[in-house]
Each structure stands twice: as C-alpha cells, then as structure tokens.
Write a protein that binds this ligand. Structure first.
Ligand SMILES: [Mn+2]
Length: 293
C-alpha cells in the first residue's frame, strides 16, 4: 500500500488502467512508477522546488506520444502514483516516508521515476536502491554537491557526499561548472570522475564514449541546473555556461540502452505554466520513456 500518497494530476503518458489490474496480469519488460517528492526546505538561493512535480507534469501535456527525434512511440507502461506527503523543514521524517513509499513501489517491480523536490531527496532514494543493487550513479549537475557540511549534514549542497558514503559502485558527474576547493580536492582524492560543461562543449566524444562503456545497474540523477539558465532558468541555483537540451538528448539516447534502476529529476522551481524549465525536464523524461518503449 502507498501510505503517503496524495492524489494530484498525472503525468501525460501515465496509464489510466488500475495499477492493481496491471500488476495482476502477465507482463514482460520494464514498467515505471512515477512519484513526486515536493520537498523544499534547504534551498539557499531560489526556493520553489515544491512546485517541481506539478510543473513537470503540466509540461508533459505539451509532448506527442510519437517522438520524432528518435522515431519511437511512447508505449512503455508508466503509472503516476502521485506525491509523497513530505514534511517541510523535517528531512528526517520526509526521508522515512520516501523510503517507505519507494519500498512499496519496488515491491511491485516498478522502476522509480522521481520528480523533485530539492536534490536532498536523492539520498534516501539511493539508500533504498543500494540495498538491492550496487548501481553506478550518473549525476547531471552544474554542482558537485560534495560538501561534507552545508547548513548541516543533509542539504542540497551535501547530497552527493552522503550518496558517496553509501558506497555505490561509482559516481560519474556530467556538466559540472561550480565547486568549492574542498569539493574538488575530495573528488580528486577519491578519483571520482567528472566532466565539466566546458569539456563537453569542446569535445562531447570523451563523455559519450565513457557512458557507452558503462555496464551493470545505473541510477540517474538530473539536477535541472545542469542545463544552461537560458534553457532552465527556474532552478534552485542557476549557473551560467551550462549544457543544452541537445547534449541531454545525446546522453539520454546512450543511457536508455543501460540497465536503468531509477531516475530522479530535481530542483525545478517553476510555479508558472509553460516555463521552459519544466518543459525541458518533461522532455528528458519523454525522450527516455520513448527510447525505453
Ligand atoms: Mn546543482
């Protein structure tokens, strides 16, 4: 049972049949369960991540079921299960609820697609998945989020340090262009691979060949500030000189061929309809789901 879900409008391509019926009939291939986690408490610059799930869902209605870029029809089963009821200001309690809900979702053999919410929520998600798999984590972000402390141990700026401590197979950072000296030293010392936005603009081959070589289970976390603020202005920490949606298309095309065990898209802060941040977030999911069809 999904204990902490609230009804809300669904992602455009969510199946309308009952989940119970779907689960009781024979099936093959991937099926996805979508959850919104509108946690929005540790933002230091632009708040509003609580609007992320509704922004992405609303924007999803702008896309066709047919994906012209990849010549694919979006057919993969996806069930939008609503939002986890988060507790503003209480990450500990929110984490418990995330873990509880995600555990239920996994027991139905649905792959999680998570709509944030601030980036901090990636920690409890990976914690659950780490106990079943040992994923490689692909981290799209303008920032490393590798600080040991930032207004406490758990925040949007420390989340990947906490994830690193869970000892996943490895972490690959893509699109980075901002870090503290402490973070870069930590990353160098622990040989965590990263590809800056500048490197990718100059030569995308280096990172694409790296991604092509990945084997085993993969978890993907997308902080929407990985895109340039011209494409994704409504994020917690907009950072200039970022990636373009064309870069993300190329990356998603490669990643879709991997054994994806879960995806989160976080840090969308837009409270308005038609904002390009929500649209670009929905496009990433639309591309991934079309390619998985
Ligand atoms: Mn970031």
């Amino acid at each position: 049972m999904f204990l902490y879900l609230e009804d809300s409008s669904k992602f455009a391509f969510s199946r309308r049949e009952s989940l119970k019926e779907f689960l009781s009939s024979p099936r093959s291939g991937d099926a996805f369960g979508m959850l919104g986690i509108p946690f929005d408490s540790t933002a230091t610059y632009m708040p509003g991540a609580r609007f992320g799930p509704s922004s992405i869902r609303e924007a999803s209605y702008n896309f066709e079921r047919y994906n012209l870029t990849f010549n694919r029809e979006l057919k993969v089963p996806i069930f939008d299960l609503g939002d986890v009821r988060v507790v503003a200001g209480d990450f500990k309690e929110t984490s418990k609820r995330i873990i509880d809900t995600l555990t239920s979702l996994l027991s139905y053999e649905l792959k999680p697609l998570i709509l944030g919410g601030e980036h901090t929520i990636t920690y409890p998600i990976v914690k659950v998945l780490q106990s079943k798999h040992n994923p490689l984590i692909i981290h799209f972000d303008a920032h490393m989020d590798m600080r040991d402390h930032y207004d406490g141990r758990f925040s949007h700026a420390t989340v990947m340090r906490r994830v690193y401590e869970l000892e996943p197979q490895s972490i690959i950072m893509v699109g980075v262009r901002s870090a503290s000296r402490e973070e870069i030293e930590f990353v160098m010392e622990h040989e965590i691979e990263y590809y800056t936005s500048q490197m990718i603009h100059e030569d995308i081959e280096e990172v694409t060949s790296k991604l092509k070589d990945i084997k085993g289970p993969v978890y993907v976390t997308v902080d929407m500030d990985v895109l340039d603020p011209s494409y994704a202005p409504m994020v917690g920490n907009p950072t200039p000189c970022g990636l373009t949606p064309f870069h993300m298309e190329k990356f998603i095309e490669i990643i879709s061929r991997k054994d994806i065990i879960g995806v989160d898209i976080v840090e969308v802060t837009s409270p308005v309809k038609g904002d390009q941040t929500g649209l670009n977030a929905a496009k990433i999911l639309h591309d991934l789901l079309s390619l998985k069809s």
